[in-house]
Design a protein around this ligand. Structure first.
Ligand code: NAP
Length: 239
């Protein structure tokens, strides 16, 4: 039975990915700060899991070291860790401020939730990932804002660029693992709405739309690297 740890799984992309993994029979460790929302999502996942698969939902803030230790401990108790998805995060100040007056405390928080928390959780789980016979998989959810210069996206984009670089270096330091920085593309989620306050974002695809291709990536031997969900081939997604 494969075990996956998905952060930020109470809504949006993390919830969609965790539901997809549950349907495929994975045991899961999930988190999010809002306990009620997390438990509601966890119940949906339990209904999809086959007998024997387990789900552990731990409410907490990924920027806190003790919470990250709890998540890794839960994976250990389930027998190990085959997949870590560092997905949790928030937009930062909204509406998106230009860099000339970007609040530095907001920038610090973005770096805490993205590169610092992601690396912290990788450090907590690296021994479990290394012990996976087929090679543990690590997905760090990135963004096109990591590589494009969009006005207003400098703080968020800088934090995501740091995530990309951590993924790239981790990949060469840990050749037995598959490490992917993954840009999911624009998705209709709470965070995306916060980025475009008052705008109708109903033309953006639902997070479910990228799940089949990402599940296929997880099962594949595709080399480590930076990927865009839009470039992943998935017959399931196309059908
Ligand atoms: N939506 C897009 O268009 C888009 C595009 C490119 C990249 N992304 C990336 O995709 C990922 C998911 O975003 P989304 O659009 O699905 O956002 P979302 O709908 O706002 O979901 C974010 C999830 O992360 C959790 N979370 C936020 N801060 C947390 C913290 N400090 N500790 C633990 N959990 C936390 C949230 O739950 P709580 O609030 O209850 O903690 C929620 O479950 C993010 O890394 C984002 O940067 C999104």
């Amino acid at each position: 039975m494969s075990v996956g740890l998905v952060t930020g799984a109470s809504r949006g992309l993390g919830r969609a990915l965790a539901l997809g993994l549950a349907r495929k029979g994975w045991s899961l460790v999930i988190d999010g700060r809002n306990e009620e929302a997390l438990n509601t999502a966890g119940q949906e996942m339990r209904l999809l899991q086959p007998p024997g698969a387990q789900l552990v939902a731990i409410a907490g803030d990924i920027t806190e070291a003790r919470h990250r230790t709890e998540l890794a401990g839960a994976a250990y108790a389930l027998g190990g860790l085959d997949l870590l998805i560092n997905n949790a995060g928030s937009l930062g100040p909204s509406p998106l401020p230009h860099l000339a007056h970007f609040p530095l405390q907001g920038l610090r928080q973005l770096f805490e939730v993205y590169p610092v928390a992601a690396l912290g959780l990788i450090q907590e789980t690296i021994d479990l990932l290394r012990a996976t016979p087929t090679g543990g998989r690590v997905i760090l959810v990135s963004s096109d804002a990591a590589i494009e210069a969009y006005p207003g996206w400098g703080g968020y984009g800088a934090a995501k660029a740091a995530v990309d670089h951590i993924a790239a270096v981790l990949a060469v330091e840990e050749p037995a693992l598959r490490v992917w920085a993954l840009d999911p593309g624009d998705l209709r989620t709470q965070m995306h709405q916060e980025a475009f306050p008052g705008e109708d974002i109903s033309n953006r695809p639902e997070p479910d739309s990228v799940v089949p291709a990402i599940l296929e990536l997880i099962q594949s031997d595709r080399p480590s690297g930076r990927l865009r969900a839009a470039d992943l081939h998935s017959p399931a997604a196309a059908s």
